[in-house]
Design a protein around this ligand. Structure first.
Ligand SMILES: Cc1cc2nc3c(=O)[nH]c(=O)nc-3n(C[C@H](O)[C@H](O)[C@H](O)COP(=O)(O)O)c2cc1C
Length: 296
């Protein structure tokens, strides 16, 4: 928590005393006093600057520093019909075939902007984005990950490790690692032929990292990266999340150093992106959601 948290500035002349600001505040720093909104001074340090009070006020009585709503109006912006959203989500496919065409930094900025507005635990906004867009650097990263994964896959694929994992009760994990070992061997064969099945010759790679002490970091990063991915697809580009890279960034000191991920941070998600050279004509089938209501 910051020492002096920014608290909302209330214009009491404008305030109608409707109390909505106090109701939406997640940290109890607003109350009604003499039918006007007022800051609870004893709790001011709890303000996490979420901006809800100012955004909900019907008469604009709460000033927010640098409100970011250029070109926005509640009537014209920010709504999407449910069916369009559903099909947009269902149409998104992982894209592993990219054109050589570079992606401008302006486009990458738009993509990251979508991540910036994703929710974060306590509004801490601690997601860091690391972008690689130089082909030589991406190739170097690919080489480092390949070298690291090779060792890991050998261990995971070994029959002793498999037997140990299965005995420890993680049969599914053993089977999954076994499959990855097979997959990885094919990656390697393809690599000899100049095919990059790890990073897919992508023109851009993005990683998200955040403090490992923050229990929200994994979710914050995942949501931010998925939001960025959806924005990418809306811009006509494609993405593919990359677990191999994520594992390498966290478990290989060499890769972590190369990427400059600070100590105390973990990488919680990565994706490749670029202009797709494939388009999917049909939707795909997915398993039914595993849903259970706790009450009958
Ligand atoms: C956490 C995570 C890690 C992934 N890692 C990889 C990866 O390393 N390589 C890859 O080709 N695809 C990877 N994917 C993509 C999945 O294979 C893909 O999402 C899945 O097959 C479903 O296809 P769809 O994204 O087109 O719906 C990953 C996806 C997620 C969510």
């Amino acid at each position: 928590m910051k020492e002096t948290s920014p608290v909302p500035q209330i214009n009491v002349k404008k305030c109608t005393g409707c109390g909505l600001c106090a109701e939406v505040c997640p940290v109890f720093i607003l109350e009604l006093r003499a039918k006007k909104a007022a800051v609870v001074e004893a709790l001011r340090e709890l303000c996490n600057n979420c901006g809800h009070c100012g955004a909900v006020c019907p008469v604009g009585a709460i000033a927010q520093k640098a409100r970011e709503e250029k070109g926005f109006s509640p009537r014209k912006g920010g709504l999407i019909d449910a069916e369009t959203l559903q099909f947009f989500l269902r149409r998104r496919r992982s894209i592993r075939l990219y054109k050589k065409q570079p992606v401008s930094r302006e486009t990458v900025a738009k993509i990251i902007e979508a991540g910036r507005f994703a929710p974060t635990g306590g509004n801490r906004q601690g997601v860091h984005y690391l972008v690689l867009d130089a082909p030589a650097q991406i190739a170097e990263l690919g080489d480092m990950c390949t070298a690291f994964l090779e060792k890991g896959v050998k261990i995971a694929g070994h029959r002793y490790s498999q037997a140990l994992l299965a005995r420890l009760g993680s049969r599914e994990m053993a089977a999954s690692l076994g499959r990855y070992a097979t997959l990885y061997r094919i990656f390697q064969e393809r690599r000899q032929r100049g095919e990059d099945r790890l990073l897919y010759h992508a023109p851009v790679v993005i990683l998200v990292h955040a403090s490992r002490w923050d229990t929200s970091s994994a979710f914050n990063c995942a949501v931010a990266l998925y939001s960025a991915a959806l924005q990418t697809h809306a811009l006509g580009l494609g993405t593919c999340f990359n677990g191999f890279l994520q594992v390498s960034a966290n478990l290989s000191p060499k890769v972590k150093r190369f990427l400059g991920i600070p100590r105390g941070h973990l990488c919680y998600g990565t994706m490749t992106l670029g202009y797709p050279r494939v388009s999917f004509k049909r939707l795909v089938k997915r398993a039914p959601a595993k849903v259970k209501y706790l009450s009958a």
